[in-house]
Design a protein around this ligand. Sequence first.
Ligand code: DGJ
Length: 604
Amino acid sequence: ESENLNITLMDETSQLEVVLHYSTFEECDVIARSMTITNKGDQPVFIETADSASLDFGLQDLEMIHFYGRHNMEREYQCVPVTNGITEISSKRTSSSHQHNPAVIFKNPTTTETSGNCWGIMLMYSGSFAIRTEKDQHNQIRVSAGINPDTFEWKLEPGQSFQTPEAIFSFSNQGLSRLSKNFHQFIRDHVMRSPLAKKNKPVLLNNWEATYFTFTKEKLLEIAKSAAEMGIDLFVLDDGWFGKRDSDMEGLGDWDVNKEKIGDLGELIDGIKKLGMQFGLWIEPEMVSEDSDLYRNHPDWVIQMPNRSPIRNRYQLVLDFSNPEVVDYIFEKISAILRAHDISYVKWDMNRSLSDLYTKTLPADRQKEMAHRYVLGVYDLANRLTEEFPEILFEACSGGGGRFDAGMLYYMPQIWTSDDTDAKERTKIQFGTSFFYPVSSMGAHVSAVPNHQTGRITSLQTRATAAMAGTFGYELDPTSFDQEEKDLIKEQIAHFHDIQNTILNGEYDRLSHPYKDSYSAWQFNDGKRVIVHGIRYEKRPNSLRQPIELRNLNEDQMYKETKSGMVFSGKALMNGGILLPGELGDNYPFEFIFEALPEKNNQN
Ligand code: DGJ
């Protein structure tokens, strides 16, 4: 899929050979860079740092945009000047993390969404990483990116090689919008391997916020029946269906159906399918509860320092995925369920960071290999499951969006963006995510109000508008809704089915800066149809209506707005814009759909 250049370097003193790999993806202005280090000598060598790439900017004024966060608040946008000294964006959690995303943009201070120079660097890696920016005494700037050296070391025996993850670079001289499009296209065309990546996504209903751990087969079927009546395509059974798992303190690792709770899984799936929906299942394969048969039988499989009590997080321990025996076991357990049942979707969760980095399977001088080997174990399981079940839609998840990276997107074409389902907060989280990752990769759901994370109450339409900037689904108990609400959801689903091709496969543009503006607006454009969606956060009294300018349209193309029937040129929409609705109320949603008119209607 690319043109490749390999540059071989040899260090005669240490007898180390380094091959720098460059791959160019011309149509999306992307260069991928990685390296292979080979020990050509006759003594073992310890690699202490193996960056995937570095980039020199020379002398220029730069700002850095990065995406920091925490659980329920991932990928917050932050733009800071690059100052003298070293700045590090990194994770040491053995996952790419909620705290920092492994992707950074550099830009000149005058660069905007639509003009100026900017450079993006994204690591295709799901483990601990570091992106270090140094501005030296002469104000020269150098960026290096790769596996975090603080939790890494690799012993290379004579003849052995080490391959780094790839760093992905892109440049735009037309502002951030073009840079994001380059990454979106690169991820969709060259990263995502799933045959389902570009297909329309099923509108799903997930039972997590509807029931948490407390459900019965009857309750699930009741929710499913209501979901089916509203037009939902896929019913997802989240955490709590296996082992003895009635709270987050128990059961993880016991991947056998809890028949007392949900009866026979096959019968439940048949019941769902009879309603005309597909069925999906949640798993958290990397974890184990101490109160589980797996832990009782294999206490030696967890990550733990010798003679020390392990650190718990969400009451759970982590299985040692650097040990192939553990990965084999989990693969057999999970694949047995997928082989035995008609399952169309799997949500792969991961609900804690790693600590106590120690493995019983490696000698003392290889302990610092463990974190990277863990990630390779995760990739091995992901590879085996997605190769055997290519027709299953896999969605990655990590306590929401704690492992939202191109490494996971290679195996799974969508990722649950955040556990924060509040519509207003989501516009910011999805804004930050959109700088590198395409809309089709962002899991987004409508949930109940008051919102479980913020307590905020927003209208059903506001919540749907926010969730439509993603794979779209619901995460609530529809049985409690009155007929009017059910009818509205039915309309929303039918509407999404109608416009999803433009949303998921069109080009995406940010039309506002939700951290600075009093509204959030974004645009989808597939060449024939342009959709503007957004939420006005606050209604100020006696204020002028805000115009929003559209982006990246054909200037001379005429567009018809479908509700009013009014016709505008691309030039008018991009320079004059459209007016935000003036209706009363905070968090007010809006939608404008424009159809491109056939050429004969176009004017100069
Ligand atoms: C965290 C996920 O992000 C949630 O959506 C849900 O699946 C829970 N885990 C279940 O434990």
